[in-house]
Design a protein. Structure first.
Length: 297
């Protein structure tokens, strides 16, 4: 049985943009699309005669109906389903995401740094879902996924923008690399693989020699990790970016004109609470392209 693409809806512009992106992703992958809206905690799921519940229930149902109508009109080839779940939003999304090929959420709002802020529901969901989660900002359109045309104008008919993935060869993540290569292949897009390294302390007289040696080792280590994946996906153009600096900063720089960024998130024991890792946390708040957070052991 095929896992669906699942998108969380709350009626906001952000969630509608996420639904559009999810529908296009469902088309690319040949998967069904499931829309999920969380019924407010404490409200009975069955019909109630209480007047104070009728209006909230009406608006909750309208969110799904409106989204279904919108997506059916724009993406008639996608098989759609919709569910209201009588649970708090984060719990509902975590449960739905566990059965998804991919969970897609909208960003909350732009931050002062030019990226977007992930709201509390998105943060809680990302920290606990065991499947990849993609965050999409409110103003993303189909044309934003493609490179500009020859005149520099937005276009939906040009090639896809690059996919970017952050990798640490010391801790290779098969799930993350599989996700990145698959998405680059689906889009026939180049894959930029970013490995950021930092120079350990050395005396200034030996700094230049040490920097050269560390950089050479980093290039060799990354090439070794990517070798099997290049063989598995021979049609994917791979661009290796081995840069000195902080990983989050190098990733944000590499995604300035990218179509999708993929980063890993190590699965933590439940007792540690919400944890996305410093790199995922930074890019979630500041990157402008859609961000995929891929959990791994």
């Amino acid at each position: 049985m095929l896992r669906p693409i699942v998108v969380g809806l709350d009626g906001s512009r952000e969630s509608l943009a996420a639904a559009d992106w999810a529908a296009r992703e469902a088309l690319r992958r040949g998967l069904p699309l499931r829309l999920v809206h969380a019924w407010e905690a404490g409200m009975p799921p069955d019909e109630s005669e209480l007047p104070e519940l009728k209006a909230p229930r009406y608006w909750a149902r309208r969110i799904l109906r409106s989204a279904m109508d919108r997506l059916n009109e724009r993406y008639p080839q996608v098989y759609l389903s919709a569910d209201q779940i009588s649970r708090p939003a984060a719990d509902a999304l975590i449960s739905a995401g566990a059965e998804a090929e991919l969970l897609v959420l909208g960003s909350r709002a732009f931050s002062g740094f030019g990226g977007f802020m992930a709201g509390s529901v998105a943060l809680a969901t990302v920290a606990h879902v065991t499947r990849p989660v993609v965050l999409v900002r409110a103003d993303l359109t189909l044309k934003d996924e493609h490179v500009p045309d020859a005149d520099g104008r937005p276009s939906a008919h040009t090639p896809y923008r690059d996919v970017v993935v952050g990798v640490d060869p010391a801790h290779p993540c098969e799930e993350l690399l599989a996700f990145a290569f698959e998405n680059a292949a689906l889009r026939s897009a180049p894959l930029r693989v970013v490995y950021a390294w930092q120079l350990p302390y050395v005396q200034s007289a030996a700094e230049a020699k040490a920097r050269k040696a560390v950089h050479a080792r980093a290039e060799k280590a990354l090439a070794a990790v990517l070798g099997p994946w290049r063989d598995k996906y021979p049609t994917v153009e791979v661009i290796e970016l081995v840069q000195e600096g902080r990983p989050a900063q190098q990733l944000l720089h590499a995604t300035q004109d990218a179509g999708l960024l993929a980063v890993g998130r190590r699965i933590r024991p439940a007792r540690l609470g919400m944890h996305t890792g410093p790199i995922a946390h930074a890019v979630m708040h500041h990157a402008r392209c859609p961000i995929a957070i891929v959990p791994h052991e």
